[in-house]
Design a protein around this ligand. Sequence first.
Ligand SMILES: O=c1ccn([C@H]2C[C@H](O)[C@@H](COP(=O)(O)OP(=O)(O)OP(=O)(O)O)O2)c(=O)[nH]1
Length: 163
Amino acid sequence: MFRSGTFVAEHVSPTTDEQVQPNGVDLTLDVVFEQLEPGRIGRDGKQIGDRVARSMEELEEKDPDTYYLPEGAYVARYGERIEIPDGHIGFVYPRSSLMRNSCMLNTAVWDAGYEGRGEGLLQVHHDVEIERGARIAQLVFAEADHDDVYDGSYQGENLSGGQ
Ligand SMILES: O=c1ccn([C@H]2C[C@H](O)[C@@H](COP(=O)(O)OP(=O)(O)OP(=O)(O)O)O2)c(=O)[nH]1
C-alpha cells in the first residue's frame, strides 16, 4: 500500500503545506551539477565522475536564483532531508509540469533506512528555466518487506547543507 502525503511529510524536512500532496511530498531543486569526467561502475565498486555545480550567473540580472538549462543531462540535488522509514520503500517521480516541459527525472530505489539529501538525473530535452527551490519531483512511500536496512556509501549524504 502507498502511504498518504501527510505520512511521507513526517519523514521529509523542511516541508511547507504547498509540498504535501495527496499521495506524496514534492521535492525542491537545490543544486544542479554537470558531470565533467567519466565515472566507473565495476564488479567490486563504483566511482562517481568529477562534477561541478552549475552557475546561475547567466540569468542573474534578469531572474536571480534561476538555472537556465540547455538540452542535456544534469544531476539535481534535492533541497530536503529524506528518511525512508522501516517497513517502506521510496520512489521519486518527476513533477508533471517538469515532464510537460519536455524534461524528466530518472531515479533509482530509495532504501529503507536511508537518510540524506539525495539526487536524481535531470534530463532536459528542451531548454528550460528552473528556479532554485522550485518543486520538481514527488516522493512517495510504499510499504515493503526488507532485509536489513540501508548501510551503503550514500548514507547521510549532503546533510551539512553545502555543495
Ligand atoms: O533516485 C535516487 C534513488 C536513491 N537515492 C538514494 C537513496 C538510496 O537508498 C541511496 C542508495 O541507492 P543505491 O542502493 O541504488 O546505491 P548504490 O549505487 O547501490 O550504492 P551503495 O551500494 O553504496 O548504496 O541513494 C537517491 O539519492 N536518488
